[in-house]
Design a protein around this ligand. Structure first.
Ligand SMILES: C[S@@+](CC[C@H](N)C(=O)[O-])C[C@H]1O[C@@H](n2cnc3c(N)ncnc32)[C@H](O)[C@@H]1O
Length: 289
């Protein structure tokens, strides 16, 4: 059995045992702390989840906290068969462990679509979030330009990225160890940046930290950028560090990069020249019927 196949069994056990719910709840608390100086989350906010995923964990946790959340993902398209049915069960297990009601998991806030072409009116959201999805977006500049457009002036963007340059950044060693502690038999650390013997199994943009920061800064005021989780320091020998000298130690060991950014607020002079407040979005969050 390949390590990635056995990982699916571990994934199920982690979900069934509540580990995944605990991890996602902890991520939600971390994000709340990061956002506290910039947006008041004690009242309901209009939130967009970019790449909500089949389990939709953050979409559900944000809805359970009383926010109006829209999730957009290619996987939200209607589908039949064993996989959507299995995810239905997994979501119920997740909700039970996370202590949230089934209503928070409901699909009524989900849209199937490409995050680089958002089907929302300008200024529809107060906050956009995204977790473990940006590294899969193949046109990051388009996603950022669209996110800026659909955020209100002063609206905030919180993004967690599984950074390509970390040991698990090729998404081909394990998706259940967080952070990565052991490599599959025969695998070498940072194989994806070296000989690339292990094939990639999912689309990845291969972006480095500086590329994200530059792209975010073109559209937003970057408020904060930090590494939330490190991995692989034990494998970074002086010989390997020399071989991978094109990368900094920081980016080689950062498994979870967080970027917090804000769409510039409308300044007093801009407001006066526009003569009016930002128009309200049409309909519920500007989502087309
Ligand atoms: C690793 S999953 C993360 C899902 C979720 N945020 C989570 O933490 O469980 C990445 C998601 O990004 C979605 N995705 C990738 N490219 C996309 C695109 N261009 N438009 C919409 N969704 C996309 C995939 O379908 C996938 O569900």
């Amino acid at each position: 059995m390949s390590p990635l196949v056995s990982d699916y069994l571990v994934y199920l056990l982690q979900l069934a045992g509540g580990k995944r719910a605990a991890m996602e709840s902890s991520l939600a608390r971390q994000r709340m702390g990061d956002l506290a100086p910039w947006i008041d989350l004690s009242g309901p906010q209009r939130i967009l989840d970019l790449g909500n995923g089949s389990l939709r964990p953050q979409y559900a946790l944000l809805r359970a906290a009383g926010h109006r959340v829209v999730g957009i993902d290619l996987v939200n398209r209607p589908a039949r068969g064993w996989k959507p049915a299995a995810y239905g069960v997994l979501r119920r297990v997740f909700a039970a462990h996370a202590g949230i009601g089934a209503a928070a998991m409901a699909a009524d806030g989900l849209l199937s679509g490409d995050v680089s072409r958002l089907p929302f009116a300008d200024a529809s959201f107060d906050l956009a979030v995204s977790s473990a999805a940006f590294e899969h977006f193949l046109d990051v500049p388009a996603v950022l330009a669209e996110t800026r457009r659909v955020l209100r002036p002063g609206g905030v963007l919180w993004v967690g990225i599984h950074l390509f340059t970390c040991p698990s950044g090729g998404h081909n060693v394990s998706f259940t160890q967080y952070p990565l502690r052991s490599l599959p038999r025969g695998a070498e650390p940072w194989d994806h940046l070296r000989r690339q013997r292990r094939p990639f199994t999912v689309p990845l943009n291969r972006w480095r930290k500086h590329q994200y920061l530059e792209a975010f800064a073109r559209e937003f005021d970057v408020l904060r950028c930090y590494c939330a989780t490190r991995e692989g320091e034990q494998w970074l020998t002086p010989a390997l560090e020399a071989e991978l000298s094109a990368y900094s130690r920081d980016e080689l060991t950062c498994a979870h990069l967080v970027i917090l950014a804000r769409k510039p607020p409308v300044t007093a002079s801009l407001k006066a020249s526009q003569g009016a407040a930002v128009p309200a979005p049409a309909g519920l969050l500007g989502v087309p019927a």
